[in-house]
Design a protein around this ligand. Structure first.
Ligand code: ARG
Length: 605
């Protein structure tokens, strides 16, 4: 927002340092929060420290830093738009007149609109992998947390300026998948339900039923034991045929897999997620075997098959670590089958080579942390420089409070059930209080609010912590909730509708804040101005929570302003105009923040 002034000052600092042979450290700017004025600051400590390290200077670092700040200040003289320059404790502080700063912020938001806060293009490509449940399992609330975190992270890095690829990687092979196919073939062939969600959920039920049939029980009779073993032999035979590429079994596999994927695609649509790339575990199985050979040939992996063992990677030893960190892991079983880890190596290779990814983010359950650290370590041994920019965004467990919906379907809490329930509850309230809104409009709003509540509750907790999802709390209009933030947007919208300024902002010219701002206005302007740096921070640290917390603070500032300042009854027309423009800027910033959080902004509520 103040890049022009910053660049000008930076040029003067560089000129000064060059002339005096001072080794200037990287210049970092930080905003000075309002205390009668707004400003920006940069420090000379690092530069003074560099100079001391180079054996020059001869003064204590703090004293030298202050000296530089003072000298630079003397060099700069006066700059257009900057009201005052201070050199204090090694810092150079630049201050703006409050009116100039306020209108700069507001005008910038209004000029940029949906692009307010967007970062400059970065020359790096990021892949975010998320929404990758195993097929033949229904989409539960934990998967929803995964998907929301992944989508928000993708939106953040994309908005921060990175080229972004969204990828999914469903687990579509293995014993679990075969188990469902076995029972389907044996007992349920041709009985699949019609609806997309019903069919997906039905497969999960078949899995539970099959597992019970195949599980060894206490006190089995000899007949029961024989029965179970016969079932298991059938299942193993099916697995063997699948492996051998048997046409019939492969067809059955494709068909049932598609039912799971259809449900997944439907859920992604509900969450407004558009995947760019679909990887499948089954597709990297064969390529991963070739990788095993390569790793053996390059002495990264150890082949213990000749002595009856497996193929392993002694990760710690190969990395030269003396303390146990990544341990040793198997990458090929004795029987020649690959493991989850092997396939992750093949997947990473595709990401790096085919998709030319510079940074690779994995949104995966925290319990898989060691697995992913091992994979990244092997990628490093293998020689991929991108391994340094692989990042695991882990997340904790999601449960419902005791006694809530969880009982209905056994232990799994289905996302669809929770989402439907949230929307239903909002609709009941909406129908009571806004009977005049047409039914389809009401339904749309209820959907926006219900999903917003659910989504925000998955984002407002640190990703590593567990969540107990309380639907009543999530739907509340008070506190750290989606609806609380959406309501700030709605209130801004209603002020603007009443004033009829929407759509004519260009006629109003630039904003003028040359009156005494209330503390609520100051706080609101300050929050709005923080948005671009918050985008940058959340994206760089891969932390959706940073944006979620910001959106709450921004909404909070707006609600306080709304209660304290009556915009429409402001007598002085110029002041009223400025305030309306501030409301417009707040509305825009809330919308941009909500959009990054994958939450919609309802017009009314
Ligand atoms: N399908 C796996 C699961 O449900 C998650 C996949 C994580 N991604 C990866 N590249 N390993 O546990």
């Amino acid at each position: 927002m103040f890049t022009k002034e910053q660049q000008l000052i930076e040029a003067k600092i560089k000129e000064f340092c060059a002339a005096n042979d001072i080794p200037l450290a990287e210049l970092k700017w930080q905003p000075i929060p309002f205390s009668g004025e707004w400003g920006f600051a940069t420090s000379f400590f690092q530069t003074a420290a560099n100079e001391a390290r180079a054996g020059k200077g001869g003064k204590p670092v703090p004293q030298r830093a202050q000296e530089m700040a003072e000298q630079v200040k003397g060099q700069i003289g006066s700059v257009d738009g900057i009201s005052r320059i201070d050199a204090v404790k090694g810092y150079l502080n630049l201050y703006f007149s409050t009116a100039a700063y306020a209108s700069r912020v507001v005008d910038e938001v209004l000029a940029s609109g949906l692009n307010f806060g967007r970062g400059a293009k970065k020359n790096e490509r990021v892949m975010v992998e998320y929404a990758q449940p195993n097929t033949n399992h229904s989409f539960h609330i934990g998967h929803a947390r995964n998907t929301i975190l992944g989508e928000v992270l993708a939106r953040l890095v994309e908005f921060a300026g990175y080229e972004t690829i969204r990828a999914s990687y469903p687990g579509d092979l293995g014993l679990g998948v075969i188990t469902v196919m076995w029972i389907y073939e044996k007992l349920y062939k041709g009985q699949e339900p019609e609806g997309v969600h019903e069919r997906g959920q039905w497969l999960a039920k078949l899995y539970v039923e099959a597992t019970a049939l195949l599980e060894k029980k206490d006190n089995e009779t000899p007949e029961e034991t024989a029965q179970r073993e016969a079932y298991d032999a059938e299942r193993r035979e099916m697995y063997r045929k699948w492996d051998a590429g048997d046409e019939y079994v492969r067809k059955l596999w494709h068909e049932t897999r598609e039912w799971s994927l259809e449900e997944l695609r439907e859920v992604l649509k509900m969450l407004d997620v558009k995947m760019d790339v679909w990887f499948y575990e089954s597709e990297v199985d064969e390529p991963s075997k070739v990788i095993v050979d390569e790793l053996i040939a390059r002495d990264i992996a150890t082949d213990e098959r000749p002595t009856g063992g497996a193929v392993i990677v002694k990760i710690d030893e190969k990395l030269g670590l003396t303390k146990e960190k990544y341990r040793t892991n198997v990458i090929l079983r004795k029987d020649g089958t690959t493991l989850y880890l092997t396939k992750d190596l093949a997947l990473a290779k595709v990401k790096f080579e085919k998709y030319q990814v510079d940074r690779s983010i994995y949104v995966v359950d925290s319990r898989q942390a060691l697995h992913l650290q091992q994979a990244f370590a092997i990628l490093k041994l293998w020689g991929f420089p991108q391994s340094e920019k692989c990042y695991h965004l882990g997340y904790g467990f999601v449960s419902l409070p005791e006694g809530a919906m969880s009982a209905r379907r056994g232990r799994v809490v289905l996302f669809k059930d929770v989402a439907d329930e949230a929307v239903k509850r909002v609709l009941a309230v909406e129908s009571e209080k806004s009977g005049d809104v047409p039914a389809d409009e009401r339904e749309k709003i209820a959907y926006q609010i219900g999903m917003g509540a659910l989504t925000y509750s998955m984002l407002s907790v640190d990703n590593n912590k567990d969540i107990v999802f309380d639907i009543n709390e999530a739907l509340s209009f008070d506190g750290r909730t989606g609806p609380y933030i959406q309501n700030a947007y709605v209130r801004a919208n209603s002020i603007l509708k009443k004033s009829k300024v929407e759509g004519q902002k260009s006629d109003r010219g630039l904003s003028t804040f040359d009156y005494e701002l209330t503390k609520h206005e100051i706080e609101l302007i300050e929050q709005i101005s923080r948005f671009p740096q918050t985008v940058e921070q959340a994206a760089n640290e891969y932390r959706p929570l940073v944006m979620a917390a910001y959106a709450y603070d921004l909404a909070n500032a707006f609600h306080s302003f709304y209660h304290a300042v009556n915009v429409m009854q402001t007598e002085d027309e110029k002041t009223r105009n400025a305030r309306l423009q501030l409301v417009m800027a707040a509305k825009q910033t809330i919308e941009n923040a909500l959009r990054l959080l994958d939450i919609q902004s309802p017009d009314v509520m």
